[in-house]
Design a protein around this ligand. Structure first.
Ligand SMILES: CC(C)(COP(=O)(O)OP(=O)(O)OC[C@H]1O[C@@H](n2cnc3c(N)ncnc32)[C@H](O)[C@@H]1OP(=O)(O)O)[C@@H](O)C(=O)NCCC(=O)NCCS
Length: 197
């Protein structure tokens, strides 16, 4: 895959050492992970949601939540680490609209405002996470883990067979949240940049 002048290659791609021997440098690394329906630990995922205390409510955003989705996205769009392979572009109204093939799972705080969300795209029985984000002041409280757990549980009950996700290897929190939910890493990618002319 070539993005702008950079090249993104899987770590087992034989072209990777060739590029490096020609002076291309690895500037970012990313990963992909999968969770199969048969491997989902529903009790564990339920516990990850139920451990949220206080007035934090996990729920599916609706079409009427579009403004809240766009507000949370705009406030956090600069927070995604990594390189070009894990970029998150600001959502437009279309991407913030939930549908049968684009579902969201969120957490609302005590005033009812959206403080965390994950969005997934659905291709038949396959589910692909688009992004997950938590408002800055709400991080490190298990919200990302809870929304990801909620997405898996809800879609499992609607007969999803496999769940995929990914991220930057700089993003320790994202990796930890996904591991907690049961995802297993199965791909590692390197983004290479060419030598200076
Ligand atoms: C990544 C992000 C969604 C994590 O949200 P969060 O609600 O803070 O995550 P959680 O509280 O569920 O924590 C998940 C795990 O990461 C760990 N963690 C959270 N923040 C961490 C940090 N800054 N450094 C190290 N570990 C961290 C937690 O301890 C937890 O680990 P555990 O399961 O072993 O206990 C949040 O930091 C964020 O919105 N970042 C910007 C957007 C982004 O990068 N999204 C992911 C790519 S799509």
């Amino acid at each position: 895959m070539v993005i702008a002048e950079n090249v993104v290659l899987r770590d087992n791609d034989p072209r990777l050492p060739e590029f490096q021997s020609r002076g291309w440098r690895i500037v970012a690394r990313s990963w992909a992970a999968e969770l199969n329906a048969v491997d989902v630990d529903t009790e564990r995922l339920t516990a990850l949601i139920e451990c949220l205390r206080g007035e934090r409510v996990v729920r599916e955003p609706e079409i009427s939540d579009k403004a809240a989705i766009l507000t949370l996205d705009a406030a956090t769009v600069a927070d995604y680490p990594g390189g070009i392979a894990t970029l998150h572009d600001a959502l437009g109204p279309e991407q913030a609209t939930v549908s049968s093939t684009r579902r969201g799972f969120g957490v609302t705080g005590p005033d009812g405002g959206l403080v965390a969300m994950t969005f997934v795209d659905i291709y038949g029985t396959k589910v692909e996470t688009d992004f997950t984000v938590v408002a800055r002041e709400w991080r490190r409280q298990g919200l990302a883990t809870a929304v990801k757990a909620a997405s898996v549980l809800a879609l499992l009950s609607e007969h999803a067979e496999s769940f995929r996700t990914g991220g930057s290897d700089e993003n320790i929190a994202s990796l930890a949240a996904n591991t907690s939910v049961g995802y297993t890493l199965d791909e590692v990618w390197s983004t290479l940049t060419p030598p200076a002319p």
